[in-house]
Design a protein around this ligand. Structure first.
Ligand code: NAD
Ligand code: IPM
Ligand code: MN
Length: 353
């Protein structure tokens, strides 16, 4: 296997965690005789500093021409002025849109030896295995119009929650396909009691449900889903939802897993390279200290091997190594341990294969 991977370390802890994920990918490639090439590019705040924009057309083109893209995180206080015209996050959104990766898969599992790392009671957490599928290239993040103006002498800001039928259909259909390989159960999360876009979402999900009678579909309002995630998370399996709902629910879900640093994600589209990133941000509070948890990014690298390169055994080997490392009690600071980012990755590397 020959594959080109573009690495976008980004800002804050991004470079610290992607460096470890690349080491893991290199080890897997060496072992399996695969030729993986890695090209690093700037995206986010670092690209604003160098080029005045968070994502240059050249970097987007490099990503589009790759087999997969591995991303750390972007953003930080340096670029956080609410009046700024250029923002690191624009790069991330432009990249997702530019790659057409409309589905963001965020698996949420609770490792048995981390049951005590969550503020939730262990009996609530046992058996939690949720696949959140977040719509990623539409909804409130991309709807038009958006911006500022003045209305009746008052400053006004506008964001628009907009969906077209095909945008909903393709992500819900993907959720059903994924559910068929799991427990054949889909929870579609919306706010159909208030939002028109959610009523369209629910209508389309219902139709897909009727066409797939072997999969049980239920609809849940997003406020209820937020509550269920912490009261009975083990009853959820595949969850599919709008862009911002999915963003918020998965930060909440990371509490089940013990830390933001644990959760990976895979963003995929109809074709072309996938985008792989942990769900956490650039963690400015711990950046530069070498103590970030690299597991979310290393598990994202496993998803890259599975979804973009078709290397299932290699992906599973990384997941097993991470599992064993945690079972053996290795922990970074976010989980109450003392291992550095590098030392945690070393432990995972030792258990690979
Ligand atoms: P954050 O996810 O960066 O951090 C939230 C908390 O979780 C912090 O206390 C942080 O220390 C901790 N944390 C996160 N990842 C960790 C890890 N791997 N190991 C240990 N602890 C970890 O969220 P925030 O502080 O609200 O956002 C900071 C910046 O990151 C903002 O500019 C935001 O826009 C950006 N952001 C980027 C992405 C992305 O690039 N995909 C995602 C979320 C936030
Ligand atoms: C994430 C982040 C991003 C999002 C931000 C930084 C644009 O929170 O990847 O979860 O909201 O999608
Ligand atoms: Mn987020």
């Amino acid at each position: 296997m020959n594959a080109k991977i573009v690495v976008l370390p980004g800002d804050g802890i991004g470079p610290e965690v992607t460096a470890e994920a690349v080491r893991v990918l290199e080890a897997v490639a060496r072992r399996g005789g695969h030729a993986l090439s890695f090209t690093e590019r700037l995206m986010g705040g670092c690209s604003i500093d160098a080029h005045g924009t968070a994502l240059t057309p050249e970097v987007l083109a490099d990503c589009q021409a790759a087999d997969a893209v591995l991303l750390g995180a972007v953003g930080g206080p340096k670029w956080d002025d609410p009046r700024a015209r250029v923002r690191p996050e624009q790069g991330l959104l432009g990249l997702r849109k530019g790659l057409g990766v409309f589905a963001n898969l965020r698996p949420v599992r609770v490792h048995p030896s981390l049951l005590d790392s969550s503020p939730l009671r262990p009996e609530k957490l046992r058996g939690v295995d949720i696949m959140v599928i977040r719509e990623l290239t539409g909804g409130l993040y991309f709807g038009q119009p958006k911006g500022r103006d003045v209305k009746d002498g008052h400053a006004r800001a506008v964001d628009t929650l907009e969906y077209q039928d095909f945008e909903v259909r393709r992500v819900v259909e993907l959720a059903f396909r994924i559910a068929k390989g799991r427990k054949k159960k889909v929870t579609s999360v919306d706010k159909a009691n208030v939002l028109e876009s959610s009523r369209l979402w629910r209508e389309i999900a219902t139709g897909i449900g009727q066409a797939n009678p072997d999969v049980a579909l239920d609809h849940m309002l997003v406020d209820t889903a937020a509550m269920r995630l912490v009261t009975s998370p083990a009853t959820l399996d595949v969850v599919v939802t709008e862009n911002m709902f999915g963003d918020i629910l998965t930060d909440e879900a990371s509490v089940l897993a013990g830390s933001m640093g644990m959760l990976p994600s895979a963003s995929i589209g109809e074709q072309g390279p996938g985008l792989y990133e942990p769900i956490h941000g650039s963690a400015p509070d711990i950046a530069g200290k070498g103590i970030a948890n690299p597991v979310g990014t290393i598990l994202s690298a496993a998803l890259l091997l599975r979804h973009s390169l078709g290397l299932e055994p290699e992906a599973a080997a990384i997941e097993r190594a991470v599992d064993r490392t945690i079972t053996d009690g290795c922990r970074t600071a976010d989980l109450g341990g003392t291992l550095s980012t590098r030392a945690m990755a070393d432990e995972i590397l030792r258990r690979l294969g």
